[in-house]
Design a protein around this ligand. Structure first.
Ligand SMILES: [Zn+2]
Length: 169
């Protein structure tokens, strides 16, 4: 099991499971279970990202998806690193919170489970000193991507070797 597999098992399944158990007296079993599942399944966007990056390439293997994200994670310290995971964004969480609190309250545990996931990720990424490698907003992603493109084209004319990060697998 690689580093990311460990992170999902220990942090999202384990720590998230403890948090969900502590919520049982407040929310009951079904809402706490929803909290726990949302806290794990927020990471399905990593699979969507993988499928998109490998489209046309019969990319369905979950093991290959873990390898892909492991190799991205190993490059996260690079100055030209940039990824966006669509559920790990202010826009997605804002939309989820808005729907949960104003339109469909049964979603509230899903919202808090997602927020809990982000907090756990924050500590995990900070521990590895790559807290802000990932973009946390579509707007941030757009701005950083444009900036990177400019840096890359400028460095190309400087005949440097800078390039966008690529999967090694
Ligand atoms: Zn995550």
């Amino acid at each position: 099991m690689n580093l990311l597999g460990n992170h999902v098992q220990r942090d999202h399944c384990g720590v998230g499971g403890i948090a969900a158990l502590l919520l049982v007296p407040v929310w009951g079993w079904s809402s706490s279970a929803l909290f726990w599942l949302a806290n794990i399944f927020l990471d399905t966007d990593h699979y969507i990202h993988y499928l998109y990056a490998h489209r046309g390439n019969n990319p369905w293997s979950v093991a290959a998806m873990f390898r892909y994200h492991q190799s991205l994670f190993e490059q996260a310290g690079r100055p030209d690193f940039l990824v966006l995971e669509i559920f790990h964004t202010f826009e997605f969480l804002g939309l989820l919170g808005w729907i949960s609190f104003f339109f469909w309250r049964p979603l509230i545990p899903v919202f808090w489970g997602s927020v809990f996931h982000m907090v756990v990720d924050f500590f995990h990424l900070s521990y590895h000193k790559v807290t802000f490698a990932r973009a946390y907003s579509f707007v941030e992603y757009g701005i950083r991507r444009d900036r990177l493109k400019k840096t890359i084209s400028a460095s190309r004319t400087d005949s440097s070797t800078m390039s966008l990060p690529k999967s090694k697998h």
